[in-house]
Design a binder for this molecule. Structure first.
Ligand code: HEM
Length: 499
């Protein structure tokens, strides 16, 4: 104990004072660190004119930013920091290894204004998101997805059967088929008209989801006070769109559940995720009404997150097969050797089809349709390398760059499933696009096992029956698809009768 005048100072007082000083120095050093590099912005608005928007060539513009400033680029949008990560190391270091603080989503006022906060893919990181995700995972973990195999096989065969009759709208047929497969798994609904109605509602709000899940292109995301401007205000077109967005998002939540309940009442519903959830005890800590709301959110989320993603991958497959006939022939030869010509392909064939599994990986990598994944938000001030990452920063991964990095995927523009094969089997150590395409950390896509199973059985069933030709090369009875640049030709009359 030290005596200074009339004060006595104990050791604990000294330690507290020291700790306060150290904290002060640490906070000061944290704040004095620079942000990651990026283009110098204008006063007040920052880099909003440097940030590529929808109309421009977004992928190239972000690549140029990475070439100029490096794999972590900071952009300022009216005071809000947007970090663009363009290397696997940066993406994994932050979004995966530090996912405890990098798993939030954007806090845009649009979510509330458009009543569109129900999909848990855009929910803030917290208890509600955790409950939805846990419930979802019960039905989509690798063991659980096996129970959807027969539905997936049935719909793959039905899709091919319909294409044998008419190939004019392959894209629309693909979307309808996948919607019906998902509807059957989630809501036990078979009625084609219900799936068509769902797609019609989805068409009324194609833009709202990406606006909310991406970095956002509207000023209202980073200047929340703009929510108060009247709808006639110049530039407030989004406000005039709100009623359409709101009714579309509510429709996407309510219509599937209503259809499932009606099918149950009529006795038409099959056992499905919705019926299993209704039979199970309610989600912990919620009352009956809230529990129904959880069931709606989770089951509708499957449709919302699964239909477009799987349809786009399937269409990518058609294009790749049309452009790369050698790949197609090799996949067909593998199928013919394993499956033969007496029965259609099944899920059980998957382990014996390494080449087809490599085709699936390459379909995820080549021409990816989600070049920037979904945006994550940082919940706490952080330091990465020598930089400061402010609390509330948004982070976006340039997934397209990762998937087209020639040092990882040589000749990235070419569709080459061989890149994933060792001697003859699927090589584990080859760079795996699934590590990037499905996102990162605690937000990684929980539907990825379902997607893989569905897509591989669709690929197998299609290639077993059809040759896929570049548009204009069709012969015989097949007609070219005018919208997506390929056409189909039946491989053999005998095989057609199998499905
Ligand atoms: C090839 C198909 C698919 C691709 C490429 C894909 C990709 C993605 C990506 C990039 C994310 C964001 C991850 C992140 O924030 O880091 C995501 C999230 C999500 N996906 Fe998928 N997905 C696919 C299929 C599916 C399917 C079939 C389902 C449903 C069965 C599904 C359900 C979800 C859900 C619920 C989320 C939100 C997760 C969360 O925020 O916690 N996805 N997906």
């Amino acid at each position: 104990m030290l005596q200074v005048g009339s004060y006595s100072i104990g050791l604990s007082d000294v330690s507290v004072a020291l700790a306060v000083c150290l904290l002060f120095v640490w906070v000061h050093r944290l704040n004095s660190r620079a942000l990651p590099p990026g283009p110098r912005g204008l006063p007040l608005v920052g880099n909003i004119f440097d940030i590529p928007s929808k109309g421009s060539n977004v992928v190239n513009a972000y690549r140029e930013l990475a070439v100029k400033y490096g794999d972590v680029v900071a952009l300022n949008r009216c005071g809000q920091t947007l970090l663009v990560l363009s290397s696997a190391t940066a993406a994994m270091d932050l979004l995966d290894k530090r996912s405890a603080i990098y798993s939030d989503r954007t806090a845009s006022p649009l979510v509330e204004l458009a009543d569109s906060g129900w999909p848990f893919s855009i929910k803030r990181y917290g208890d509600e998101w955790r409950r939805c995700r846990r419930l979802f995972w019960q039905y989509f973990n690798p063991n659980a997805v096996v129970s959807y195999h027969s539905i997936q096989q049935h719909h793959a065969q039905d899709f091919v059967r319909r294409l044998l009759r008419d190939q004019n709208e392959v894209g629309d047929e693909a979307r309808l088929s996948i919607t019906r497969a998902v509807f059957m798994a989630t809501h036990g609904v078979q009625d084609e008209e219900i799936a068509r109605e769902y797609l019609r509602i989805g068409h009324t709000v194609p833009d709202v989801f990406m606006e909310l899940a991406g970095p956002g292109t509207l000023l209202v995301h980073f200047l929340p006070w703009l929510r108060h401007v009247p709808s006639w205000f110049p530039g407030a077109r989004w406000k005039r769109e709100l009623p359409r967005w709101r009714s579309g998002m509510i429709g996407l939540l309510e219509q599937p559940f209503r259809a499932g309940m009606e099918a149950m009442t009529k006795g038409d519903a099959r056992a499905c995720i919705m019926t299993r959830m209704l039979d199970a005890s309610p989600v912990e800590g919620v009352d009956a009404d809230e529990n129904i709301h959880f069931i709606k959110q989770v089951t509708s989320q499957v449709l919302g997150a699964g239909v477009d993603t799987m349809t786009e991958t399937l269409l990518n497959f058609f294009r790749a097969m049309a452009l790369y006939p050698d790949v197609q022939r090799r996949a067909q030869a593998e199928l013919d050797a394993v499956v033969g010509t007496e029965r259609p392909p099944e899920h059980a064939d998957k382990p014996a089809l390494p080449y087809l599994r490599a085709v699936y990986k390459e379909c995820l990598r080549w021409n990816t349709f989600i070049p920037f994944g979904l945006v994550h938000r940082c919940q706490e001030e952080d330091v990465y390398r020598e930089w400061r990452i402010p609390k509330g920063s948004l982070l976006m991964v340039n997934v397209w760059m990762l998937l087209n990095d020639p040092s990882v995927f040589p000749d990235p523009e070419s569709f080459r499933p061989e890149r994933f094969l060792g001697e003859s089997e699927l090589s584990d150590d080859a760079a795996n696009p699934e590590l990037f395409v499905f996102g990162f950390g605690r937000r990684i896509c929980p539907g990825r096992h379902f997607a893989q199973d569905l897509l591989i059985v669709y690929f197998a069933t299609i290639l077993h029956i059809f040759d896929i030709l570049p548009e204009g090369n069709a012969s015989g009875s097949s007609s070219a698809s005018s919208t997506i640049g390929f056409s189909l030709r039946s491989r053999s009359k005998a095989q057609e009768t199998l499905i």
